[in-house]
Design a binder for this molecule. Structure first.
Ligand code: NAD
Length: 336
Protein backbone atom coordinates (compact mmCIF):
# COMPACT_ATOMS: atom_id res chain seq x y z
CA UNK A 1 0.00 0.00 0.00
CA UNK A 2 1.27 3.43 -0.90
CA UNK A 3 0.33 6.44 1.21
CA UNK A 4 1.14 10.00 0.26
CA UNK A 5 0.51 12.64 2.84
CA UNK A 6 0.32 16.20 1.65
CA UNK A 7 0.09 19.20 3.91
CA UNK A 8 -0.34 22.72 2.78
CA UNK A 9 -1.19 25.94 4.44
CA UNK A 10 -2.78 29.19 3.54
CA UNK A 11 -4.04 31.97 5.76
CA UNK A 12 -7.53 30.60 5.27
CA UNK A 13 -7.18 26.84 5.66
CA UNK A 14 -4.94 23.91 6.28
CA UNK A 15 -5.60 20.83 4.25
CA UNK A 16 -4.33 17.36 4.90
CA UNK A 17 -4.71 14.84 2.10
CA UNK A 18 -4.03 11.13 2.41
CA UNK A 19 -3.66 9.38 -0.92
CA UNK A 20 -3.81 5.63 -1.20
CA UNK A 21 -3.89 3.42 -4.33
CA UNK A 22 -7.64 3.18 -4.50
CA UNK A 23 -9.03 6.13 -2.69
CA UNK A 24 -8.38 9.70 -1.79
CA UNK A 25 -9.41 11.06 1.55
CA UNK A 26 -9.19 14.78 2.11
CA UNK A 27 -9.57 16.29 5.51
CA UNK A 28 -9.89 20.00 5.86
CA UNK A 29 -8.56 21.36 9.08
CA UNK A 30 -9.90 24.84 9.06
CA UNK A 31 -9.24 27.52 11.59
CA UNK A 32 -12.33 28.63 13.49
CA UNK A 33 -12.21 31.93 11.61
CA UNK A 34 -12.21 30.10 8.30
CA UNK A 35 -15.02 27.81 9.42
CA UNK A 36 -17.16 30.88 10.03
CA UNK A 37 -16.31 32.05 6.52
CA UNK A 38 -17.46 28.91 4.76
CA UNK A 39 -20.20 27.90 7.16
CA UNK A 40 -23.86 28.54 6.38
CA UNK A 41 -25.33 31.87 7.40
CA UNK A 42 -28.42 30.95 9.43
CA UNK A 43 -31.09 33.57 8.80
CA UNK A 44 -34.37 34.84 10.14
CA UNK A 45 -37.01 36.71 8.16
CA UNK A 46 -38.83 39.50 10.00
CA UNK A 47 -42.26 40.40 8.54
CA UNK A 48 -44.22 37.97 6.43
CA UNK A 49 -45.69 40.06 3.65
CA UNK A 50 -44.86 39.94 -0.05
CA UNK A 51 -41.15 40.59 0.45
CA UNK A 52 -40.83 38.28 3.47
CA UNK A 53 -42.52 35.43 1.57
CA UNK A 54 -40.11 35.86 -1.35
CA UNK A 55 -37.07 35.95 0.93
CA UNK A 56 -38.04 32.60 2.47
CA UNK A 57 -38.82 31.13 -0.96
CA UNK A 58 -35.46 32.23 -2.37
CA UNK A 59 -33.45 30.95 0.58
CA UNK A 60 -35.17 27.58 0.31
CA UNK A 61 -34.19 27.35 -3.37
CA UNK A 62 -31.15 29.59 -3.91
CA UNK A 63 -29.61 30.16 -7.30
CA UNK A 64 -27.41 27.09 -7.85
CA UNK A 65 -23.67 27.63 -7.46
CA UNK A 66 -24.20 31.19 -6.21
CA UNK A 67 -23.18 32.79 -2.92
CA UNK A 68 -26.85 32.66 -1.91
CA UNK A 69 -26.39 28.95 -1.24
CA UNK A 70 -24.55 29.98 1.91
CA UNK A 71 -27.79 31.22 3.47
CA UNK A 72 -30.15 28.91 5.29
CA UNK A 73 -33.46 30.07 6.70
CA UNK A 74 -33.93 29.09 10.35
CA UNK A 75 -37.21 30.78 11.12
CA UNK A 76 -39.41 33.81 10.75
CA UNK A 77 -40.68 36.49 13.12
CA UNK A 78 -44.10 38.07 12.99
CA UNK A 79 -46.22 40.13 15.33
CA UNK A 80 -49.05 37.76 14.44
CA UNK A 81 -49.11 34.11 15.45
CA UNK A 82 -48.80 32.21 12.20
CA UNK A 83 -48.56 28.63 11.00
CA UNK A 84 -45.41 27.36 9.34
CA UNK A 85 -44.61 29.37 6.20
CA UNK A 86 -43.25 27.25 3.34
CA UNK A 87 -42.21 24.72 5.97
CA UNK A 88 -40.38 27.33 8.08
CA UNK A 89 -41.32 27.84 11.73
CA UNK A 90 -42.15 31.03 13.59
CA UNK A 91 -39.66 31.93 16.31
CA UNK A 92 -39.54 34.77 18.81
CA UNK A 93 -37.27 37.75 18.37
CA UNK A 94 -35.59 36.87 21.68
CA UNK A 95 -34.75 33.43 20.29
CA UNK A 96 -33.37 34.88 17.09
CA UNK A 97 -31.17 37.32 18.96
CA UNK A 98 -29.86 34.67 21.36
CA UNK A 99 -29.19 31.85 18.89
CA UNK A 100 -25.61 31.52 17.66
CA UNK A 101 -26.72 29.68 14.53
CA UNK A 102 -28.68 32.78 13.43
CA UNK A 103 -26.28 35.30 12.00
CA UNK A 104 -28.49 37.24 9.60
CA UNK A 105 -31.83 39.07 9.74
CA UNK A 106 -33.96 40.03 6.74
CA UNK A 107 -36.11 43.02 7.69
CA UNK A 108 -39.22 42.84 5.50
CA UNK A 109 -41.76 44.72 7.61
CA UNK A 110 -43.56 47.93 6.75
CA UNK A 111 -41.11 50.85 6.60
CA UNK A 112 -42.08 52.50 9.89
CA UNK A 113 -40.50 49.70 11.97
CA UNK A 114 -37.36 49.11 9.90
CA UNK A 115 -35.21 51.26 12.17
CA UNK A 116 -36.22 49.48 15.37
CA UNK A 117 -35.67 46.05 13.84
CA UNK A 118 -32.36 46.89 12.19
CA UNK A 119 -31.00 48.45 15.38
CA UNK A 120 -32.01 45.45 17.50
CA UNK A 121 -30.30 42.95 15.20
CA UNK A 122 -27.19 45.06 14.66
CA UNK A 123 -26.80 45.55 18.42
CA UNK A 124 -26.84 41.75 18.73
CA UNK A 125 -24.03 41.50 16.17
CA UNK A 126 -26.20 40.08 13.35
CA UNK A 127 -25.89 41.03 9.70
CA UNK A 128 -28.95 42.79 8.31
CA UNK A 129 -30.57 42.91 4.89
CA UNK A 130 -33.38 45.46 4.84
CA UNK A 131 -35.91 46.05 2.09
CA UNK A 132 -35.80 49.68 0.98
CA UNK A 133 -36.02 52.23 2.49
CA UNK A 134 -33.65 51.53 5.35
CA UNK A 135 -35.07 54.29 7.53
CA UNK A 136 -37.44 57.23 7.57
CA UNK A 137 -34.78 59.89 8.06
CA UNK A 138 -31.30 60.43 6.69
CA UNK A 139 -29.79 60.82 10.15
CA UNK A 140 -31.19 57.47 11.29
CA UNK A 141 -29.66 55.76 8.26
CA UNK A 142 -26.25 57.28 9.01
CA UNK A 143 -26.52 56.11 12.65
CA UNK A 144 -27.48 52.60 11.58
CA UNK A 145 -24.65 52.38 9.11
CA UNK A 146 -22.18 53.58 11.75
CA UNK A 147 -23.53 50.98 14.15
CA UNK A 148 -23.06 48.21 11.57
CA UNK A 149 -19.48 49.34 11.05
CA UNK A 150 -18.83 49.43 14.80
CA UNK A 151 -20.20 45.89 15.14
CA UNK A 152 -18.29 44.65 12.10
CA UNK A 153 -21.37 43.34 10.34
CA UNK A 154 -22.97 43.86 6.93
CA UNK A 155 -25.91 46.24 6.53
CA UNK A 156 -27.45 45.95 3.10
CA UNK A 157 -30.40 47.86 1.65
CA UNK A 158 -32.20 45.99 -1.10
CA UNK A 159 -32.72 47.91 -4.37
CA UNK A 160 -34.37 45.56 -6.81
CA UNK A 161 -35.41 48.48 -9.01
CA UNK A 162 -31.79 48.77 -10.17
CA UNK A 163 -31.81 45.12 -11.20
CA UNK A 164 -34.82 45.17 -13.53
CA UNK A 165 -34.18 44.41 -17.18
CA UNK A 166 -35.85 47.66 -18.32
CA UNK A 167 -33.68 49.76 -16.02
CA UNK A 168 -30.49 48.04 -17.16
CA UNK A 169 -31.50 48.66 -20.77
CA UNK A 170 -32.42 52.29 -20.05
CA UNK A 171 -29.03 52.86 -18.48
CA UNK A 172 -27.30 51.43 -21.54
CA UNK A 173 -29.47 53.48 -23.90
CA UNK A 174 -28.74 56.81 -22.25
CA UNK A 175 -25.01 56.23 -21.83
CA UNK A 176 -23.08 59.07 -23.49
CA UNK A 177 -26.17 61.28 -23.97
CA UNK A 178 -26.39 64.70 -22.35
CA UNK A 179 -29.55 65.39 -20.40
CA UNK A 180 -31.28 68.72 -20.99
CA UNK A 181 -34.32 68.10 -18.81
CA UNK A 182 -36.51 65.25 -17.72
CA UNK A 183 -39.34 63.84 -15.66
CA UNK A 184 -40.29 60.61 -13.97
CA UNK A 185 -43.94 60.25 -13.03
CA UNK A 186 -44.89 57.22 -11.00
CA UNK A 187 -48.50 56.22 -10.42
CA UNK A 188 -49.81 53.38 -8.28
CA UNK A 189 -52.49 52.29 -5.84
CA UNK A 190 -52.72 53.65 -2.30
CA UNK A 191 -50.14 52.37 0.19
CA UNK A 192 -51.04 50.62 3.41
CA UNK A 193 -50.34 52.48 6.67
CA UNK A 194 -46.75 52.39 7.92
CA UNK A 195 -45.04 52.97 4.59
CA UNK A 196 -44.35 56.61 5.37
CA UNK A 197 -43.85 59.82 3.41
CA UNK A 198 -43.78 59.21 -0.38
CA UNK A 199 -40.21 60.47 -0.81
CA UNK A 200 -39.19 57.48 1.35
CA UNK A 201 -41.73 54.85 0.24
CA UNK A 202 -40.93 55.86 -3.36
CA UNK A 203 -37.16 55.93 -2.86
CA UNK A 204 -36.83 53.42 -5.73
CA UNK A 205 -37.77 56.16 -8.23
CA UNK A 206 -35.32 58.63 -6.70
CA UNK A 207 -32.64 55.92 -6.79
CA UNK A 208 -33.29 55.47 -10.52
CA UNK A 209 -32.76 59.19 -11.13
CA UNK A 210 -29.58 59.32 -9.06
CA UNK A 211 -28.21 56.19 -10.67
CA UNK A 212 -28.95 57.58 -14.15
CA UNK A 213 -27.97 61.22 -13.72
CA UNK A 214 -25.65 61.42 -10.69
CA UNK A 215 -26.00 63.45 -7.52
CA UNK A 216 -29.00 65.76 -7.38
CA UNK A 217 -30.22 68.67 -5.31
CA UNK A 218 -33.81 69.54 -4.41
CA UNK A 219 -35.06 72.92 -5.60
CA UNK A 220 -38.75 72.59 -4.71
CA UNK A 221 -41.26 70.07 -3.41
CA UNK A 222 -44.97 70.04 -2.71
CA UNK A 223 -47.61 67.59 -1.65
CA UNK A 224 -51.33 67.36 -2.41
CA UNK A 225 -53.29 64.99 -0.25
CA UNK A 226 -56.90 63.90 0.01
CA UNK A 227 -56.82 61.39 2.87
CA UNK A 228 -60.53 60.63 2.68
CA UNK A 229 -60.14 59.43 -0.90
CA UNK A 230 -56.72 57.84 -0.29
CA UNK A 231 -55.21 60.10 -2.92
CA UNK A 232 -51.81 61.84 -2.85
CA UNK A 233 -49.47 63.54 -5.26
CA UNK A 234 -45.94 64.63 -4.42
CA UNK A 235 -44.18 66.85 -6.94
CA UNK A 236 -40.46 67.44 -6.63
CA UNK A 237 -38.12 69.64 -8.63
CA UNK A 238 -34.56 68.38 -8.72
CA UNK A 239 -31.39 69.68 -10.31
CA UNK A 240 -28.41 67.74 -11.64
CA UNK A 241 -24.84 68.88 -10.96
CA UNK A 242 -24.83 70.24 -14.53
CA UNK A 243 -27.84 72.40 -13.56
CA UNK A 244 -30.33 70.42 -15.65
CA UNK A 245 -33.84 70.20 -14.17
CA UNK A 246 -35.61 66.94 -13.35
CA UNK A 247 -39.17 66.56 -12.10
CA UNK A 248 -40.16 63.58 -9.96
CA UNK A 249 -43.85 62.95 -9.34
CA UNK A 250 -45.16 60.25 -7.04
CA UNK A 251 -48.93 59.88 -7.39
CA UNK A 252 -51.09 57.29 -5.66
CA UNK A 253 -54.79 56.71 -5.52
CA UNK A 254 -57.46 54.01 -5.95
CA UNK A 255 -57.50 52.65 -9.50
CA UNK A 256 -54.23 54.28 -10.58
CA UNK A 257 -52.15 51.77 -12.57
CA UNK A 258 -48.66 50.89 -11.34
CA UNK A 259 -46.68 52.67 -14.07
CA UNK A 260 -43.51 54.71 -14.50
CA UNK A 261 -43.81 57.40 -17.17
CA UNK A 262 -40.58 58.94 -18.34
CA UNK A 263 -39.75 61.93 -20.46
CA UNK A 264 -36.04 62.56 -20.82
CA UNK A 265 -34.86 65.18 -23.29
CA UNK A 266 -31.23 64.76 -24.31
CA UNK A 267 -29.02 66.78 -26.64
CA UNK A 268 -29.58 64.18 -29.37
CA UNK A 269 -33.06 62.73 -28.76
CA UNK A 270 -36.04 62.48 -26.42
CA UNK A 271 -37.08 59.29 -24.66
CA UNK A 272 -40.71 58.97 -23.64
CA UNK A 273 -40.91 55.24 -23.05
CA UNK A 274 -38.95 52.69 -21.14
CA UNK A 275 -37.04 50.52 -23.60
CA UNK A 276 -38.37 47.02 -24.13
CA UNK A 277 -36.18 44.45 -22.42
CA UNK A 278 -36.50 40.70 -22.16
CA UNK A 279 -37.17 39.38 -18.68
CA UNK A 280 -34.08 37.92 -17.12
CA UNK A 281 -33.99 34.30 -15.98
CA UNK A 282 -32.93 35.15 -12.41
CA UNK A 283 -35.60 36.89 -10.34
CA UNK A 284 -34.97 40.37 -8.89
CA UNK A 285 -35.02 39.39 -5.23
CA UNK A 286 -32.74 36.44 -6.04
CA UNK A 287 -30.25 38.78 -7.71
CA UNK A 288 -30.33 40.93 -4.59
CA UNK A 289 -29.91 37.86 -2.37
CA UNK A 290 -26.80 36.87 -4.31
CA UNK A 291 -25.36 40.37 -3.90
CA UNK A 292 -26.07 40.38 -0.16
CA UNK A 293 -24.52 36.91 0.23
CA UNK A 294 -21.44 38.06 -1.66
CA UNK A 295 -21.13 40.90 0.84
CA UNK A 296 -21.36 38.40 3.71
CA UNK A 297 -18.59 36.37 2.11
CA UNK A 298 -16.40 39.45 1.61
CA UNK A 299 -16.59 39.09 -2.16
CA UNK A 300 -17.72 42.63 -2.99
CA UNK A 301 -14.92 45.15 -3.66
CA UNK A 302 -14.54 47.91 -1.11
CA UNK A 303 -15.04 50.72 -3.64
CA UNK A 304 -18.34 49.18 -4.74
CA UNK A 305 -19.48 49.04 -1.10
CA UNK A 306 -18.48 52.69 -0.60
CA UNK A 307 -20.26 53.80 -3.75
CA UNK A 308 -23.42 51.93 -2.71
CA UNK A 309 -23.42 53.42 0.79
CA UNK A 310 -22.86 56.86 -0.70
CA UNK A 311 -25.78 56.46 -3.13
CA UNK A 312 -28.16 55.09 -0.49
CA UNK A 313 -27.38 57.92 1.94
CA UNK A 314 -27.55 60.56 -0.78
CA UNK A 315 -31.03 59.38 -1.79
CA UNK A 316 -32.22 59.34 1.83
CA UNK A 317 -30.83 62.83 2.35
CA UNK A 318 -32.76 64.04 -0.70
CA UNK A 319 -35.90 62.30 0.59
CA UNK A 320 -35.49 64.08 3.93
CA UNK A 321 -35.18 67.44 2.18
CA UNK A 322 -38.21 66.73 -0.01
CA UNK A 323 -40.27 65.85 3.05
CA UNK A 324 -39.18 69.01 4.89
CA UNK A 325 -40.00 71.25 1.94
CA UNK A 326 -43.34 69.59 1.25
CA UNK A 327 -44.40 69.74 4.85
CA UNK A 328 -43.32 73.34 5.31
CA UNK A 329 -45.76 73.96 2.50
CA UNK A 330 -43.50 76.58 1.00
CA UNK A 331 -42.24 74.46 -1.82
CA UNK A 332 -39.07 76.24 -2.84
CA UNK A 333 -35.60 75.47 -1.46
CA UNK A 334 -34.62 79.15 -1.81
CA UNK A 335 -37.37 80.15 0.63
CA UNK A 336 -36.25 77.66 3.30
P1 NAD B 1 -46.50 43.89 2.92
O1 NAD B 1 -47.56 44.81 3.37
O2 NAD B 1 -46.86 42.79 1.99
O3 NAD B 1 -45.76 43.27 4.17
C1 NAD B 1 -45.42 43.97 5.32
C2 NAD B 1 -45.45 42.98 6.49
O4 NAD B 1 -45.56 43.61 7.72
C3 NAD B 1 -46.64 42.05 6.42
O5 NAD B 1 -46.29 40.81 6.93
C4 NAD B 1 -47.61 42.69 7.32
O6 NAD B 1 -48.57 41.78 7.77
C5 NAD B 1 -46.68 43.07 8.41
N1 NAD B 1 -47.29 44.03 9.31
C6 NAD B 1 -47.53 45.34 9.10
N2 NAD B 1 -48.11 45.89 10.16
C7 NAD B 1 -48.22 44.91 11.07
C8 NAD B 1 -48.73 44.85 12.39
N3 NAD B 1 -49.19 45.94 13.00
N4 NAD B 1 -48.72 43.67 13.04
C9 NAD B 1 -48.22 42.58 12.43
N5 NAD B 1 -47.70 42.56 11.19
C10 NAD B 1 -47.73 43.70 10.53
O7 NAD B 1 -45.36 44.75 2.28
P2 NAD B 1 -44.16 44.28 1.36
O8 NAD B 1 -44.50 44.59 -0.05
O9 NAD B 1 -43.72 42.93 1.70
O10 NAD B 1 -43.08 45.35 1.79
C11 NAD B 1 -42.23 45.11 2.89
C12 NAD B 1 -40.98 45.94 2.71
O11 NAD B 1 -40.36 45.56 1.50
C13 NAD B 1 -41.22 47.43 2.62
O12 NAD B 1 -40.15 48.08 3.24
C14 NAD B 1 -41.17 47.71 1.13
O13 NAD B 1 -40.77 49.04 0.87
C15 NAD B 1 -40.12 46.71 0.71
N6 NAD B 1 -40.13 46.32 -0.69
C16 NAD B 1 -41.14 45.57 -1.17
C17 NAD B 1 -41.12 45.20 -2.50
C18 NAD B 1 -42.21 44.33 -3.09
O14 NAD B 1 -42.10 44.01 -4.29
N7 NAD B 1 -43.21 43.92 -2.35
C19 NAD B 1 -40.09 45.63 -3.33
C20 NAD B 1 -39.08 46.38 -2.80
C21 NAD B 1 -39.12 46.72 -1.47
Amino acid sequence: MKVVTQLYHSDKSSTVAFYSHKRVICVNLLSSRAIQKVDMFGSVVVGIGTAGFVRIRDMLAPLPSSAAEKLSVKGFISRRTLEEQQGVKQITIEDALRRDDIKVAFVCTENAVHEENIRTFLEAGKHVCVEYPMAMTYKTAVDLWDLAQEKGVVLHEEHIELLTADFKQLKKDIAGKKLEEGSLHFTGGPLKPGFGFPAFSGIARLTWLVDLFGELSVTAASMEEDQENKYMKMTTQLMTKEQKPLTWIEERGPGLPRVKNINFRFDSCTMTQLPPAAREPVGLFMQDLVLFSQKLLGQVPRDQLHAERHRVLHCLELADRIQQLSQQGQGSAQDA
